[in-house]
Design a protein around this ligand. Structure first.
Ligand SMILES: [Zn+2]
Length: 362
């Protein structure tokens, strides 16, 4: 398992995925990004909703002669917004019972079949670890009918193994709860919780770094809040930035797994970054789609074309801001999405960086 200790270029992704940042409480992710990337930006600020907006101005024209050296960036470079949501699905404490057990309200779409017997982090007065299980009898005692039942979120509870008075001192209604999962490198994959959508932060940061000396645009990297509850952060950030082009970076379904027909796979693991045609929130701007596809083909960057029947990204919000914005989504294929085993292929992540960097410099 020595592979698991050295994440190399993915170390930032490991830290981003393991940190807690439920929709509406993204401050730990924001702080981590700022601390790690402060030197990259010309300006940074956090808006009223909590979006972290980082501006990297267009690079000077690459120097070829002394004269070219003096050339400065164009007067009005196109503004490009990179929308990368930093929130993750999770919970808020909604009730503390007489025995000190917590009941929760989910934010974002969980498949409760994946929520049994999970370790969770409760951000109370201090960080507390608990376990989440469903109400009712254990398997030894359950009837056949009971065994078949899938609990709802309302039927889940968290045990902190502390007496009620201590729980009451440490936890209050509204404290955030997230699943705990260590990120791991397994085979060709990076797997853990919140790959959706910390991978996008990693991709955008690395692409902007890669394109730093050749970028033609003023790039607004936005770590958006509250995407999982309806692209809320991107909505206000796009309004403020008024971008000429909006690029959402997000995960997408990769259902190339047993029990699903190949026609329903959406994307294939390891076959490259996905250039989105459409999902249920946006249809990508055709000109942008052609640009990305053209660059991917010319530069031989592994890519696939994505049509997602259901789901959406921040592109839906950016596209419809003000009088409308050219928008597209670049996706990283992700297996087992919205579970703690979300998995992305290393090469797909790198292809996403390569394609975005190439477009920024093209
Ligand atoms: Zn997402």
């Amino acid at each position: 398992m020595s592979d698991n200790t050295d994440f190399g270029e993915f170390e930032l992704l490991r830290r981003l995925t393991e940190a807690a940042g439920v929709s509406g409480r993204e401050e730990r992710i924001r702080d981590l990004i700022l601390a790690e990337t402060k030197d990259m930006w010309d300006e940074t600020h956090t808006d009223a909703m909590g979006n972290l907006i980082c501006l990297k101005r267009a690079a000077r024209t690459p120097a070829r002669s002394r004269r070219a050296d003096k050339k400065t960036a164009p007067a009005n470079p196109t503004r490009v917004m990179l929308a990368c949501h930093m929130d993750e699905i999770g919970f808020y404490v909604r009730y503390i019972d007489d025995d000190g057990r917590l009941r929760v309200q989910n934010v974002g779409g969980f498949d409760t079949r994946n929520l049994f017997a999970r370790r969770v982090l409760v951000q109370g007065k201090q960080d507390l670890v608990g376990v989440m299980n469903a109400v009712g009898r254990p398997v030894h005692l359950a009837t056949d009918e009971e065994k078949k039942k899938i609990p709802t979120v309302a039927e889940l509870f968290i045990d902190l193994f502390l007496p009620k008075p201590r729980v009451s001192r440490l936890v209050q209604i509204g404290d955030p709860v997230t699943l705990i999962q260590q990120t791991a490198m397994i085979g060709d994959a990076l797997t853990g919780k919140a790959m959706d959508n910390r991978i996008a932060l990693w991709v955008a940061i690395n692409a902007v770094r890669k394109a730093a000396h050749s970028c033609r645009y003023d790039v607004y990297f936005v770590a958006c809040v509250q995407e999982e509850v309806g692209v809320r952060g991107a909505t206000t950030a796009a309004y403020a930035i008024e971008p000429d082009v909006g690029i959402a970076i997000d995960t997408t379904l990769c259902c190339d797994t047993p029990g699903i027909g190949k026609d329903d796979a959406v994307t294939v693991f390891g076959q490259g970054v996905a250039i989105k045609v459409m999902d249920s929130l946006s249809i990508s701007h055709r000109g942008l789609f052609d640009e990305f596809l053209g660059i991917a083909r010319r530069k031989k960057i592994k890519h696939q074309i994505e049509v997602l029947p259901r789901g959406g990204t921040d592109a839906g919000a950016v596209q419809r801001t003000r009088a409308g914005t050219r928008a597209i989504t670049l996706s990283v294929p992700t297996r087992y999405i919205h579970t703690v085993t979300e998995a992305i292929h290393r090469k797909d992540a790198k292809a996403a960086v390569d394609l975005l960097a190439a477009w920024l410099s093209a």
